[in-house]
Every structure is written in structure tokens, then in C-alpha cells.
Design a protein around this ligand. Structure first.
Ligand code: SIN
Length: 479
């Protein structure tokens, strides 16, 4: 026992490495990233499975991964007219014909999901109820048969009446299954469909491998055997998403003053010019008015707008009067152009898109390479657009998590990447997106898991769609 104390605190590699629990062994087998992953939903109807699927698809695609959703309901409707297959008796487990048909559609969708991975896809989202252990076992066997792919179960568990009711209303309003019924008939029929599934439903068990259970759309989460990419990205994203609505405003930092560029002639430390200060005042007024309007309409007590800026003084000053607290993130700083931008494109760019034309004149060889692979082409000594995506992931998860209005003040290249997410534009095309100075893009979540976007030009008189409050004198005085 003489060396006990030291060994206890400093550790002994020899002892620890030999004691491997079953769980540790399983973990070591599961940790290497599989070539492809099936994210398979589990849950009764109207538990938000399709909402979660759409959100996850957008998020994974934005991360540069080939991702596709396979919705079994769509396969059913394509095969059997929704006027018949959308009715609750089609989901009656004692109706052997429809049970066989539903099984056939589910297997067709699964086969397509696996084919998608065979053809180079990275993530296939299998959007179905997958409500029994036996069904899930069969799916797991099919997915893992070749030893190349793994499966993650994402179970949506909802027992809060309001959340279920919200999901039911969204479903009857938008699903083609209910288009031929009145809202009242549709709600009644959907209740019966849910009752049919409840008779056979079994929650995911610990023995079923990797899973994430989301209770009432993220108020509580349980995760098992989640490693690698799933633990690092998918789990935090699933914990962040919710069905609440709030506006998210994205805008570029106000113009800097050339005199404040300092000895290096770089805009990194510059402060706002007169034009930039005027923009900041208009932005404060815009945010104040729109936030007020949002809170009045929501009927909830007003809370502070969540403000995220880059760490550039111009960006921070642009947002200074919009909230008491500003969350400065270096992840929102512009892409690092390495040696290529020095002296002419350090940070600020006046045009609506990055100065690609000028880049082409100065560095035509680089521009040629960049256009061939804009996501992975690296600015020599600097970053790739993909690096910007990776560093913005945590900001995006924070923004998804916010339940009150959000303002993001950043720069053209980073905003292009964020806009690709909100607008559902392939991230490889982000570099082309235009965002003029003095423009605010307002994005609002939709019930289906997407976003609507609207542009507000703050150069013009601020049309904020409500009564404009005046900036208070303390605000005015701070510029
Ligand atoms: C559906 O047909 O709408 C879903 C089928 C299922 O996954 O049970």
C-alpha cells in the first residue's frame, strides 16, 4: 500500500486499462464514426417527429453532409390515395390488408434510405412511428447488416396536453391526409389514429443501442450510447430546438471610420464612422420597435433581446443600444483570408457580396480553385468556408435555443453562412449570397420547422410595421 496515495491521485495506466466493463467495451466498438448514419424517429402520431426530422435535416445539410429525409407517410400517400390511406381505419391493427400495406411502405422507405447511404449519403433520416421493439429490431438488423452503417433512434415523447394539441392542429392543417375533412372531423380522426398506435406502442429500451429521447420537445432529454458526431452536434442541437416563435435579426456591422484603422491599416480595431453611428441608431430603433410588437402580439411579458456580435469594435458598437448585455463571439468574426486579404480586404467590405471580382483580378489562380470547391478551398494561411461553418455551429445552437428575439451583428462572410441555414440554401453556395449594408434580414420560425425571411432596408425611413418608439435620450447621447 506504500505507493497508494500517489497512484490514487496520479493514476496508474496499467490497472485502469485492464478493467473494461461491458459498457466500456461497447463504447469502444461504437466510437469510430460509421460511414453513414440512419437517424430513425420513434413516436406516436402528432409528437413532432416530422418537425424534428426537418430541423435535423437542415442542420446536418448545413454542416456540409449529404442528408435526406425518408418520410413513410409520404410513401403511403404516394401508393394509396390519402383520402383512403389517411383515415384512422387504415391504421387499425386488426385490418390485416392495411397492416401489410403499411409494412410494405415502411420497408420501401427504409430500402431507399439505405440506398441513399450506399450512394454516398452521410445521414438518412427515417421519419416513421417505428412504434414496437420488434419493428425496430428488424430495422436495426437491416441497417447494420453490411457493417457499414449505424442507427440512432430519436424518440419524441410528449405527454403535455398543450404540446400534443399544438402538433395535432399543425398536422390536420397541413398534412394531405386531412385535406378532405373539416378541422373538427380531422381532429376526431387523428385522435382515433393515435389511439390505434397507443395499443401497440413500446418506448425505446436501453438494450436497443444508441438513442436520444426528447420529452415534450426538448424540456427533458435522455441519451444512451451517443458518441462522436452524435454527442458533439446532434444531441446539443436536439436539446436546443423548440416550437416557440421569435424573430431573429441578422445584420452587418456599421461602417468603420478610415481614420481609426490604426498603424496596420486594418479594420479589425476600427470604430464606427459617422455613417456607422447613424446606422447603429436606426438599428436600435428598429430592434426596439419590432421587439415591442413581437411581445405585444405574443401576449407574454417582454424580455430582453438576446444580442450576439463578433468581437470587432464596429460590430459591438452597432449593437450597443439594442440591449443591456451583448454576447461577443469570436466565432462571428469574418473569415480569415490569410495572406490574400492583407491591405485591401482585411475585414470591411462595402459591396453586397465579398469582393470576389477584385480577388479574381489580384489572385486569379486562387479564385479558380475557390470556385471549384468553395466550401473546402482554403485561403492560404487562413480559413475555409467550412471552418466558418464549424465555428458557427455553437452560435447557431445558442440561437436555436433562445426563446426571445435575437439580434446578430456580424460580417458578410459569416452572415452568408448563417443565412444559408435560415434560408435553406446549400452551404456550398453561401459564398454567393448577397447582404447589403444597412439591411436587416428578419427570419421567423414556421410551425413546420422551417423559417420565413423578410428584408428591412434601414437606409430608407425605418418602416418597422408599427408605431416607432423614439430612442431615449440616454441612447441618443451614447453615440
Ligand atoms: C404514416 O403512414 O403516416 C406513418 C406510418 C408509420 O410510420 O407508422
Amino acid at each position: 500500500m506504500s505507493a497508494g496515495g500517489d497512484a490514487y491521485y496520479n493514476g496508474s495506466a496499467e490497472v485502469g486499462s485492464k478493467i473494461l466493463s461491458d459498457r466500456q467495451l461497447l463504447r469502444e466498438q461504437l466510437t469510430p464514426n460509421a460511414r453513414g448514419l440512419i437517424v430513425a424517429m420513434v413516436g406516436l402520431p402528432a409528437r413532432g417527429k416530422s418537425f424534428i426530422s426537418r430541423k435535423v435535416e437542415r442542420f446536418l445539410k448545413w454542416g456540409g453532409n449529404r442528408t435526406q429525409t425518408f418520410n413513410v407517410g409520404k410513401y403511403r400517400r404516394d401508393a394509396v390515395d390519402p383520402e383512403r390511406s389517411g383515415k384512422s381505419d387504415f391504421f387499425d391493427n386488426s385490418n390485416s390488408d392495411s397492416v401489410a400495406q403499411r409494412m410494405q411502405m415502411a420497408m420501401a422507405a427504409l430500402a431507399d434510405a439505405i440506398k441513399f447511404l450506399d450512394e454516398g449519403g452521410k445521414f438518412a433520416i427515417f421519419d416513421a412511428t417505428n412504434s414496437t421493439v420488434a419493428r425496430r429490431q428488424m430495422i436495426t438488423e437491416k441497417v447494420t447488416a453490411g457493417g457499414q452503417y449505424s442507427i440512432l433512434w430519436v424518440e419524441a415523447v410528449c405527454d403535455e396536453r398543450e404540446v400534443v394539441l399544438f402538433n395535432m392542429l399543425t398536422k390536420v392543417r397541413y398534412s394531405p391526409d386531412f385535406q378532405h375533412m373539416t378541422e373538427e372531423q380531422a381532429m376526431q380522426d387523428l385522435k382515433q389514429r393515435i389511439a390505434n398506435y397507443e395499443k401497440i406502442y413500446e418506448t425505446v429500451q436501453d438494450s436497443e443501442g444508441a438513442f436520444i429521447k426528447l420529452f415534450n420537445l426538448s424540456s427533458k432529454v435522455m441519451a444512451n450510447h451517443c458518441y462522436g458526431r452524435v454527442a458533439k452536434s446532434i444531441l446539443p442541437f436536439l436539446m436546443a430546438i423548440h416550437i416557440g416563435s421569435r424573430p431573429i435579426w441578422l445584420t452587418r456591422a456599421g461602417a468603420g471610420s478610415p481614420e481609426s484603422k490604426g498603424q496596420h491599416g486594418s479594420d479589425r480595431a476600427s470604430s464606427l464612422s459617422q455613417e456607422g453611428q447613424d446606422f447603429a441608431k436606426r438599428l436600435a430603433k428598429f430592434v426596439k420597435t419590432r421587439a415591442q410588437r413581437y411581445w405585444e402580439r405574443s401576449g407574454k411579458p417582454q424580455e430582453e433581446t438576446q444580442v450576439f456580435t463578433s468581437t470587432m469594435p464596429r460590430a459591438v458598437s452597432s449593437a450597443r443600444c439594442t440591449a443591456a448585455l451583448i454576447d461577443q463571439r469570436s466565432a462571428l468574426n469574418p473569415i480569415d483570408k490569410g495572406v490574400l486579404g492583407a491591405g485591401w480586404w482585411d475585414v470591411e467590405c462595402a459591396e453586397d457580396v465579398p469582393p470576389w471580382k477584385e480577388m479574381d483580378k489580384r489572385h486569379p489562380e486562387f479564385m479558380k480553385q475557390f470556385q471549384q470547391d468553395p466550401l473546402y478551398c482554403q485561403f492560404p494561411g487562413g480559413e475555409r468556408y467550412m471552418d466558418v461553418v464549424m465555428r458557427l455551429e455553437s452560435v447557431l445552437i445558442d440561437v436555436e435555443m433562445c426563446t426571445s428575439p435575437v439580434l446578430i451583428v456580424s460580417h458578410i462572410t459569416t452572415l452568408q453562412v448563417l443565412l444559408a441555414y435560415f434560408k435553406g440554401i446549400p452551404v456550398e453556395e453561401a459564398w454567393k449570397l448577397s447582404l447589403p449594408k444597412n439591411m436587416v434580414v428578419e427570419v421567423s420560425p414556421t410551425e413546420g420547422g422551417g423559417f420565413l425571411s423578410e428584408e428591412h432596408d434601414l437606409c430608407l425611413s425605418i418602416d418597422v410595421g408599427g408605431n416607432e418608439p423614439a430612442l431615449d435620450s440616454a441612447m441618443e447621447a451614447s453615440f
